[in-house]
Design a binder for this molecule. Structure first.
Ligand code: SF4
Length: 680
């Protein structure tokens, strides 16, 4: 007899959309996963990568890790033996216990990110790692810490964004350095097109979102700060600066306007490549607000990313686009603005003092040093694919004396380098909570089926590791149900987990959109918007942002961008054959003029080289990128490519100006036809 039912749940990926999903279950088996037609964002449709992978590798026992594994061969070969949980945990406890016994716990390094971004999956394992006194790899240094730092200087927070529902009142939405067509597909397909206001996109690449915008500004990468000052110049010149608002709510605005005085449209065009007429038009569209500003995360992944975000983020304050519906900016909506206590979830309330974190930019150097790193523990992350200095990092991970434990769903490159592999349950196999970082909502991730094989939720894995280490303090063993109940009780959903599970997603608050900074109080030292920031100056960044533009690449070199594609989410989904087939070959996209100078035709094989390494790829000639720019999308598992590399073979460990964060979009590379240049 058929026992078919639909389970309403939520996609927990690192994605703006946080789609609602319906999982058709027959007995103990998932039949298919599709979008929830009643969900306000997904409207019955998941993105194409998830549609394939959630009905592909996520359900495929041959693709999943279904048993604990112990290494039996050389590191990196993926040669393992299946063992019981008891045996695997015994080895973990022995090896980590020995390090802890020598009072050397800080040499246990742990890395985690957003492979699953539901609350328990992301935070709970941190409780144990903090309790041990291990060293964290600061998660956001691989992504967006420069922007967080910059916005904290200006507004006191980066985590209080506009409520997307207020787009109904906006006359303009300025999307700066984000590509929703790849990283927020439903905002690209639904939210932006249905917004009544004009859409202006600033992106060096002519993305599908840029193509559908009312106006696309295409600055050369690294010139965003100059472009922002060009807009400020026009706003000031044409009376679109709100001096009443600034006098009440901001400091440093007069000095900032002085800095913008020389940045007229002709100057800005010369620095950014954006036509002066488009600069004027964008300033007028934005300045006649109310206007929303979506500050993308790609924007700040460059050597001066912090200065860029400080410059761009001054626009809402200068135009008085704060404290009113239809005005404001968004970088992220943090968990805290829906009552989620991250310190409780992560154990920071129990163990506030921990060793200084390591940046992802320094991970290879850190892990290759036995004095700093004797063990490495990972969950929700695949650093062998996603970190810079890929080849150097791999050599560090091949250290025989580095004891590595990886919890994952799939046999990634990082798993291949582990000593112990712990099989993790998927989002379809455990209850959790999803707190979207774009919409102000709260969602249930609902268990549809039992975990595959012997897989376990991250939380249960780390409870078992704690017990194996002889640690039985209550926070380390707190159950998922109890944590979920406590988080929901502190939220304003008014729901328990069964209630939330029935609804799937609820808006918070449900009855009205939130006006960002409605009280015009800002959590900065002065309580005002700090366009001039003494904190930034004390940290060596200058009192004010500066109208700078990076030097263009030297003759014969390209500035490389490696953004997300619509077929990948960091390194996730790269092992699903249908996703890989549809996403096509990894290519270097470049302008026809650059191809001509290099005597390259479509499909020609080139060697792309940086200080970190090289990569051989075919070229794709396109007018979507400006001259002087190359584009290779991020993602892909190195082990599944012929040369065992992805774009991170090229990325260097250079940090951005703030937050010790990645500057991946500032990389310069040389390009030569294969067979004509130096080999690496
Ligand atoms: S990755 Fe994003 S767009 Fe795709 S299904 Fe998940 S939430 Fe939706």
């Amino acid at each position: 007899m058929s026992d078919r039912r639909d389970v309403r749940t939520t996609c927990p990926r690192d994605c703006y959309d946080a789609c609602g999903a319906l999982v058709r279950v027959d007995g103990d088996r998932v039949v298919h996963v599709r979008g929830d037609p009643d969900h306000p964002v997904s409207r019955g449709k998941l993105c194409r990568k998830c549609t394939l992978a959630y009905n592909g590798v996520f359900l495929d026992p041959a693709a999943r890790l279904t048993s604990p594994l112990l290494r039996r061969g050389p590191k990196g070969t993926g040669t393992f033996a299946e063992v019981s949980w008891e045996e695997a945990l015994g080895v973990v406890a022995d090896r980590l216990g020995a390090i802890i016994g020598e009072e050397d716990a800080r040499t246990i390094t742990y890395s985690h990110y957003t492979g699953s971004f539901s609350l328990l999956s992301y935070f709970f394992p941190m409780r144990l790692m903090r309790r041990l006194g291990a060293t964290e790899v600061a998660p956001d240094t691989i992504c967006n810490d420069a922007g967080h730092t910059a916005l904290t200087y200006v507004y006191g927070t980066s985590l209080e964004g506009f409520d997307p529902r207020t787009a109904a009142d906006a006359r303009c939405i300025l999307v700066w350095g984000a590509n929703p067509s790849a990283s927020a597909p439903h905002q690209h397909e639904d939210w932006l097109p249905s917004a009544p206001g004009a859409v202006v996109v600033v992106d060096p690449v002519r993305t599908p979102t840029a193509e559908q915008a009312d106006l696309h500004l295409q600055p050369f990468p690294g010139s965003d700060a100059a472009l922002a000052f060009g807009l400020i110049h026009v706003l000031a010149r044409d009376g679109l600066v709100d001096e009443d608002f600034l006098a009440r709510c901001a400091i440093g605005w007069e000095e900032l306007l002085d800095l913008a005085a020389p940045c007229d449209p002709a100057w800005t065009q010369s620095r950014s490549g954006v036509p002066a007429a488009d600069i004027e038009r964008a300033a007028h569209l934005y300045g006649s607000g109310p206007s929303l500003l979506w500050i993308g995360q790609g924007l700040q992944r460059q050597p001066t990313g912090g200065n860029v975000v400080r410059s761009v983020a001054s626009l809402p304050a200068l135009t008085g686009n704060l404290g009113r519906s239809g005005g404001g900016f968004l970088y992220l909506n943090g968990f805290g603005n829906r009552g989620v206590d991250e310190d409780y979830l992560s154990g920071a309330d129990q163990v506030p003092d921990v060793p200084e974190a390591v940046s992802h930019m320094d991970l290879a150097a850190h892990l290759e040093d036995p004095a700093r790193s004797r063990a490495f523990v990972c969950w929700n992350v695949n650093p062998a694919a996603s970190c810079p200095e890929q080849r150097r990092l791999r050599r560090a991970l091949e250290r025989e004396d580095l004891f590595t434990v990886v919890a994952d769903l799939f046999p990634t490159d990082t798993v291949d380098l582990a000593d112990v592999v712990l099989p993790a349950a998927s989002w379809l196999e455990c209850d959790d909570l999803v707190v979207p970082y774009f919409h102000r909502a709260f969602s249930a991730q609902v268990k549809a089926v039992e975990p595959m094989g012997q897989a376990l939720p991250n939380s249960e894995i780390f409870r078992r590791v704690a017990v194996a280490l002889g640690l039985t303090e209550a926070p380390l063993l707190e159950g998922d149900d109890e944590i979920i109940a406590r988080v929901l009780a502190a939220s304003d959903t008014g729901l328990d987990f069964p209630g939330l599970a029935e609804r799937g997603t609820v808006w918070t608050p449900a009855d009205r959109p939130v006006v960002q900074f409605a009280d015009l109080r800002f959590p900065t030292p002065s309580g005002r918007v700090e366009l001039a920031s003494a904190s930034a100056a004390a940290d060596g960044h200058g009192l004010l942002p500066r109208p700078t533009a990076d030097e263009r690449p030297t003759e014969g070199r390209l500035r490389l961008l490696s953004p997300a594609s619509s077929w990948s989410l960091n390194s996730s989904f790269s092992n699903d054959l249908r996703v890989v087939q549809r996403s096509g070959e990894l290519t270097l996209s470049l302008a026809a003029s650059d191809a001509g100078e290099l005597a390259l035709t479509e499909g020609a094989l080139v060697r792309v080289s940086s200080a970190a390494g090289s990569l051989v790829v075919p070229v794709h000639i396109t007018d979507a990128v400006p001259a002087g720019v190359g584009l290779i999308p991020k993602g892909g598992w190195p082990k599944l490519r012929p040369d065992h590399s992805n774009v991170n073979a090229l990325t260097c460990a250079q940090s951005s100006d703030m937050g010790a964060s990645t500057s991946i979009h500032g990389l310069e590379v040389s390009v030569v036809a294969v067979g004509t240049g130096p080999q690496s």
